[in-house]
Every structure is written in structure tokens, then in C-alpha cells.
Design a protein around this ligand. Structure first.
Ligand SMILES: [Zn+2]
Ligand SMILES: [Zn+2]
Length: 323
């Protein structure tokens, strides 16, 4: 586990690009799709932006990823790469429309160079046909990545961590370059997984799926998912600095899901669509910025290691729900 200064009295960071320090680039995750396989009016299928300095990685590309990027003010052409956790449609069906949204001039379009790099497990044959077509059109380059595979980025690496799902699924772990690296792990779709747990040890931020409530735990296991409480247990056991639970089934109540998670890990949060989490350098602090339209100054909430130290072991007395 990283041991950094706990400066709980730091000033609230700004929402702009000056949020980091001069030495460390700004590092944040923006949630562009937080629902499980079936979206609803409030939430879309999986897509998250991982941004660290010049690196802008789209983690998964659900059906509405392009619209969500544009609503968030992020030009699709500004993406440096796409990393897919697995090939279920709620994580990858937005790829063709994302590619269509990129500038069309090969060699002079996407960041002045073509094509867009997409990383992920080897796709099944039917999806592989679509990917191959896009490759032949010169719009993308696809790189199959197996467990443990690493992608070199400008400000760090992204490593594939095997999950436990109904098809091959991988988490992605961001490891910042430099003497005091920050770490973020995205679990992808997975049952509780020892590989994900090991990779989550000491992470500043764990983004873990928590599709169902405890009442549906058997069903969750059967179809390759975790409950929110199981996600919280992974974060607790791994000593993760902060936990964001996503990929929530529309059958579930967010209030119930969050309460169950906080029984195990007091600082757990359920990010809303467009919410942005910033991992600050040196302070081991993650801050929340709700979606545009909210009162940012009023809504700033802080997750600190001090707060997480108060998280409880499961089954240790009556559950308490953190404020
Ligand atoms: Zn999914
Ligand atoms: Zn899946």
C-alpha cells in the first residue's frame, strides 16, 4: 500500500486543469455510463474516461459513448486510445459509431495521425469481423491484449488484469510513471476475483462493478457479476484508497446498493453520470465533482484515508451507514 502524507486539510481543488501540481499531471476518471447491460433514462451502458495529462483513455465503449463524450465536452478525436474490458455489447457496441465520429481524413485526422488504437481481449469471431473491417478501412488499429499485458502511455502504463466473468474479461490497472505513482484499477465485469483483489492492493481508486444487491447474490454469481457488498469487500481487503461502484442493474435501488456497500466500506460511492473523480498527487485524496448543473462548490465531497480507516469488517455488529 502506498504511504503518502495524509493532508486532510488541503484546500478544495479547482475543477479546471489546474487541479494537479506543477510536477504531477492531473489524474481523473469521468463516468460516462454507469448502468449494467440495460440502460435507462438516467444511465447509459459502460464508458469511462481515464485522463492523465495528455493521456485520454476511454475505458469501455457502450452504445451511447459518443453522445456521452460530446455531452461532457470531450471531442472523440481527443482520445488517445480505447481500452475494452470485454466484448459484451454493453461495453463495446459503441465502437463503430465512435470510429465514425472521428475525422475522416486518414493520416491527418485523429490527433494528426491515424488510426485510433483499440486494446482489448481477442474478440469473438462475429465481433472480430467488424473490428477487422474497421482495421481494413484504416480507421483503427486493434491490439489483442492477454492477462498481464501492458500498454505504454505517455504518463504511465495500463495493465490487463484477468477478471472472472461469463466470457474473457479483463480489468485495467493504470500505473502512473514517476517516483510517486498513483494507481487506479477498473475491474470490468467480474465475480469477486482474487486477481482483481491482488491488483487492487494499495490502489488510490478502485472502480469496481457492483451490479446487484445482496438479495440477488446467487444470480449475480451465476451471470458473472458482483454485488455491491462484494465490491466493497474487495476494496476493504485490498486497502484501496477509495471505491467507486458502477455497472448498476436498473432492477436495483441505488440507495440499497450504496447502503450495502457502506456496511463493508464506509467511503464507498456510486458515481452518477458525468461525475468526475480526481486523484490528487501526494495527498492520497480523491475528490468528487458531480455532473454539470450542480453546485460544485456546495457539492464537493471528500474521500480520505482517514474516513476509509473507519470502514468496518463485514458482519462486525450492526451495520452503520455512513453519511
Ligand atoms: Zn456489462
Ligand atoms: Zn459482461
Amino acid at each position: 500500500m502506498s504511504r503518502r502524507a495524509r493532508t486532510g486539510n488541503r484546500q478544495a481543488p479547482t475543477a479546471g486543469p489546474k487541479g494537479g501540481t506543477a510536477r504531477a499531471p492531473r489524474l481523473h476518471v469521468q463516468f460516462l455510463g454507469t448502468s449494467a447491460a440495460t440502460p435507462d433514462l438516467r444511465s447509459n451502458t459502460s464508458a469511462m474516461l481515464l485522463a492523465c495529462g495528455t493521456d485520454r483513455v476511454l475505458i469501455d465503449c457502450g452504445a451511447h459513448a459518443v453522445a456521452q463524450l460530446k455531452k461532457a465536452g470531450i471531442a472523440p478525436a481527443s482520445l488517445s486510445m480505447v481500452a475494452i474490458t470485454h466484448w459484451h455489447s454493453d461495453h463495446a457496441s459503441g465502437i463503430p459509431s465512435l470510429v465514425r465520429a472521428l475525422p475522416s481524413t486518414r493520416g491527418a485526422g485523429h490527433l494528426g495521425r491515424a488510426p485510433l488504437h483499440i486494446y482489448g481481449p481477442q474478440p469473438p469471431a462475429a465481433i472480430g469481423g467488424v473490428i477487422n473491417l474497421l482495421v481494413r478501412q484504416g480507421r483503427i488499429q486493434f491490439h489483442a491484449v492477454g492477462p498481464g499485458g501492458q500498454i505504454q502511455m505517455a504518463n504511465g502504463t495500463l495493465q490487463a488484469i484477468p477478471g472472472d466473468h461469463t466470457i474473457t474479461s479483463m480489468g485495467w490497472k493504470f500505473h502512473e510513471a514517476g517516483p510517486r505513482p498513483r494507481h487506479i484499477l477498473f475491474s470490468g465485469d467480474t465475480r469477486p476475483s482474487s486477481a482483481i483483489l491482488e491488483a487492487a492492493r494499495g490502489c488510490d481508486l478502485l472502480v469496481h462493478e457492483g451490479t446487484f444487491s445482496t438479495a440477488r447474490s446467487r444470480w449475480a454469481h451465476r451471470i458473472g457479476h458482483s454485488t455491491a457488498g462484494q465490491a466493497a469487500l474487495v476494496a476493504h481487503l485490498a486497502g484501496a484508497g477509495a471505491l467507486a461502484i458502477t455497472h448498476i442493474s436498473r432492477k436495483e435501488s441505488a440507495t440499497q446498493i450504496l447502503a450495502e456497500a457502506r456496511e463493508v466500506y464506509a467511503g464507498a460511492i456510486l458515481p452518477s453520470e458525468f461525475e468526475l473523480l480526481t486523484v490528487h498527487p501526494q495527498s492520497a485524496t480523491v475528490t468528487r465533482q458531480p455532473a454539470a448543473g450542480g453546485n460544485f462548490r456546495h457539492n464537493w465531497a471528500r474521500i480520505t484515508r482517514r474516513k476509509i480507516a473507519g470502514s468496518r469488517r463485514p458482519g462486525a455488529g450492526r451495520p452503520e451507514v455512513a453519511a
